[in-house]
Design a protein around this ligand. Structure first.
Ligand code: PMV
Length: 312
């Protein structure tokens, strides 16, 4: 049996503007994973591949799967990339601890795990850039017009400074940053949020481009703060980015409530992460204060908490 996995992710700064060519910064969340297991089935004829993803009620033979079914698409693209025209029969079991529709990269992580497990089963060593590119093809089904940041950070598993269409650049933080991630419990409809922003941008291109440019400057400052290990500076930038995201129209009451609760208990900064309109809020928290901020988030209605850290 072959097992592969991939982490979740959060976007620290720059979501939405990244769809319009501005930079963004994302980091992996290694506390939660998606996994894929491939079990050879030599008793079956070649090419007979069975897919199981209980979380999405997927139990289907590959050749009968909907062409848009993300797991099936990830398998087909991997077989093609590995030039496996007549692959040995196998079962694929997909599972994930990453909450779905929450801005934590669950779709991308499932696809990366599938690409890894299937290519390893075929004894093909796909380079990270190619894994990421295959997953991007699958992401198009989830998002419509994804920037590519999710597949990149989840595939590389390290902090990335990302600009659409450019080779990703990974970087090393200069200090330890702790984040408490609080789930509003309200699903984040990324495709809907991206569509809403597209319409608002079309109605006011100058206003939205100016906002995206401001976000772009803030992301550059954020990268410098991360590299310098300057948590107070990064927290301040997160708060400002949250104001811009609210102005863009992708915040909501639940996200604001969690962000306020975290700040009131000493978080250095807090913002939504990902598509917004629900999903997760992230709070940058000083050393020794994660328990206090976590308690405050729970009291403010967080449905689930994850504590993660970005370290050199
Ligand atoms: O909601 P998520 O985690 O899939 O993040 C979406 C990030 C956006 O910038 C809103 C869209 C994108 O494709 O970059």
């Amino acid at each position: 049996m072959i097992r592969a996995s991939a982490p979740g992710k959060i976007i620290l700064l720059g979501e939405h503007a990244v769809v319009y060519g501005r930079p963004a910064i994302a980091v992996p969340v290694h506390q939660v994973h998606a996994s894929a297991e491939v079990t050879a089935k030599p008793e079956r004829a070649a090419g007979e591949i069975y897919l199981e993803a209980p979380a999405t009620a997927t139990h289907v033979w590959l050749h009968q799967a909907d062409p848009e079914e993300p797991v099936a698409l990830a398998v087909r693209l991997t077989l093609e990339a590995c030039h496996a025209t007549d692959p040995p029969a196998f079962d694929l079991l997909v599972s994930s601890e990453i909450p779905m529709a929450a801005g934590l990269g669950s779709g991308a992580a499932v696809s990366v795990a599938v690409v890894r497990a299937v290519s390893q089963f075929l004894n093909v060593d796909l380079p990270l850039a190619e894994q990421s590119n295959l997953v991007y093809q699958v992401e198009k089904i989830h998002h419509g017009t994804p920037s590519g940041i999710d597949n990149t950070v989840v595939t590389y598993g390290s902090p990335v400074y990302f600009v659409r269409g450019r080779p990703p650049s990974t970087f090393h933080p200069g200090g330890r940053f702790r984040f408490v991630i609080g789930d509003t419990g309200r699903p984040s409809p990324t495709a809907e949020a991206v569509r809403q922003v597209r319409e608002s941008h079309a109605a006011d291109p100058a206003g939205f481009d100016a906002l995206f440019d401001e976000i772009s400057r803030l992301v550059e400052q954020g990268k410098a703060a991360l590299e310098a290990g300057d948590a107070p500076a990064l927290g301040h930038l997160m708060d400002r980015n949250q104001e811009q995201l609210a102005a863009i129209g992708v915040s909501c009451d639940e996200l604001e409530r969690l962000a306020q609760a975290a700040r009131a208990q000493g978080a250095l900064g807090a913002k939504l992460s990902g598509g917004g309109l629900g999903g997760n809020m992230i709070a940058l928290t000083p050393a020794g204060m994660t328990a206090r901020v976590s308690d405050a988030l729970e009291a403010a209605g967080a449905a689930r908490l994850i504590v993660t850290e970005v370290a050199p």
